[in-house]
Each structure stands twice: as structure tokens, then as C-alpha cells.
Design a protein around this ligand. Structure first.
Ligand code: ZN
Length: 245
């Protein structure tokens, strides 16, 4: 599996960058994980929009879905000019039915449900889900293929269930919205101490900090997490990639 950071900002995109989105590639299958603000202008650096096989969404907050509309228009244009003939599946939970229904557009995109307690097969990937603790219904995702595992926390405060869910992951993509001084629980986000505890107790091989705050020095995030977690640690940036060895 290859994981590429398309966007990593928490609330809104900074200049020339994007909020949450990742490209997951495996055996020629290309999955876009979340589709935040600014993503359509970033994605072509890593894959053509026409090359996407599917999209999967963790939840319906703007910073994770803002560019779904432009993506639907892009697929519509591709159909109009004849460069795309199928229908792009967009996987999401159905806990907000109106928003789920909006993922179907013309014949360009189609809403496809996933269920929290059922693994989903998407291309060569097995995807398991965990409902997180967040103001909107949200699912963390565990991607598996070829004996390798990537876990994406999506948006969440620390919950103990994240530990077994993330156990022994080759890569943990952890939201790290806050510095240690701020308790993330009331907001449904993790601070650096939460991420450090999760990465340590789940014994992950590598941890990527993402969904980064719009203030402070991001290198302090690394310092604060590394007090608890002694494994390999990285800070998300546009174009950062990870690939199974
Ligand atoms: Zn959110």
C-alpha cells in the first residue's frame, strides 16, 4: 500500500494547500480517503481525477468533504467530454441520511454505504471501521492488504477502543489537532499526549501526525508526542508518502 498526503490542515486550507485528504494506492487501485477543502487543486499532483477508482469519507464536516461538490462536477465534465464512462463510487456511513444521499450526482458519482460493524471490500483492500467520539458521526478506518495495515483515526477524541483498533499497525495516521496544554475531549479531538499514548499502547511501527492546528510550532507536536511514543514519527506535509517495504 502507498499512502500520500494530499491535504492535512485541520479547519481550513492554508495558502496553496488543502484540508484532509489522502490517496491510498494498492495494486493499481486508487482510493481517495476524505475530500476536504482545496483537494481538487492538489490531487492532480499525485493522480489524475480520472484515475480515481473510489472515494471514502470518514464524516461530513466541511474540512473532510468540502470538495465533494467540485469532484462531482469534475466527473460530470469528464462524462460530457467522453473521458469517463462509469460512475465513481463514494463510500460513506448513513448516519446522516440527507448528506449521504447528496453523494449521488447525476450519473457521475454514486453514494455507497459502509457499516461500522462490517468490513468493506474495496478493490484489493479490506476496510474495518470504528465509530469515533466526535461532534458529527465519524468512522476511523483500518486498511489491510497483503499483510500490511494502515489505520486512519479520522477525527476523534481519545477513546480506549482506538488502541486495539490500531494494534500493530504499520502506519498510524493520527489526527493531532492540539498541543498538550489543551484537553481535546470536549471538542472531539486529540492532543499530543493522546496521540502519544495511542501510538505507544497500540505498538504501531510508524505514526504520522495530521489534521494539524493553525497556530503554534508544529515541531512542538513532534516533541510532545515523542515523550510517550518512541517509534518512528512524522509530521504531515503536502506530498508526504509512505509505502510498504
Ligand atoms: Zn470533524
Amino acid at each position: 500500500m502507498k499512502w500520500t498526503v494530499v491535504g492535512f490542515w485541520g479547519g481550513h486550507p492554508e495558502l496553496g494547500e488543502a484540508t484532509t485528504a489522502y490517496l491510498l494506492e494498492e495494486k493499481g487501485f486508487r482510493l481517495l480517503v476524505d475530500c476536504g477543502s482545496g483537494v481538487l487543486a492538489q490531487l492532480p499532483k499525485y493522480a489524475a481525477i480520472s484515475d480515481l477508482d473510489a472515494v471514502i469519507l470518514s464524516h461530513f464536516h466541511h474540512d473532510h468533504v468540502a470538495d465533494i461538490g467540485p469532484l462531482q462536477f469534475a466527473k460530470h465534465v469528464e462524462k460530457y467530454i467522453g473521458t469517463f464512462s462509469g460512475t465513481l463510487p463514494i463510500y460513506a456511513h448513513q448516519l446522516e441520511p440527507d448528506k449521504f444521499a447528496g453523494l449521488t450526482y447525476e450519473e457521475a458519482t454514486v453514494a455507497k454505504p459502509y457499516y461500522i460493524h462490517e468490513p468493506l471490500a474495496a478493490g484489493p483492500l479490506r476496510i474495518d471501521f470504528l465509530k469515533t467520539d466526535h461532534p458529527a458521526p465519524c468512522a476511523a478506518m483500518r486498511f489491510q492488504s497483503g499483510g500490511q495495515t494502515i489505520v486512519f483515526t479520522a477525527d476523534t477524541s481519545f477513546i480506549p477502543e482506538l488502541i486495539p483498533f490500531s494494534k500493530n499497525a504499520d502506519l498510524l495516521v493520527a489526527e493531532c489537532s492540539l498541543y498538550k496544554e489543551t484537553d481535546g475531549a470536549p471538542m472531539g479531538h486529540m492532543n499530543t499526549l493522546d496521540v502519544g499514548r495511542l501510538a505507544k499502547e497500540a505498538s504501531v511501527k510508524e505514526c504520522l501526525l495530521t489534521h494539524l492546528p493553525h497556530y503554534g510550532d508544529h515541531h512542538d507536536l513532534l516533541k510532545e508526542v515523542s515523550v510517550l511514543y518512541k517509534g518512528k514519527l512524522a509530521l504531515a506535509e503536502s506530498g508526504w508518502t509512505w509505502e510498504c517495504q
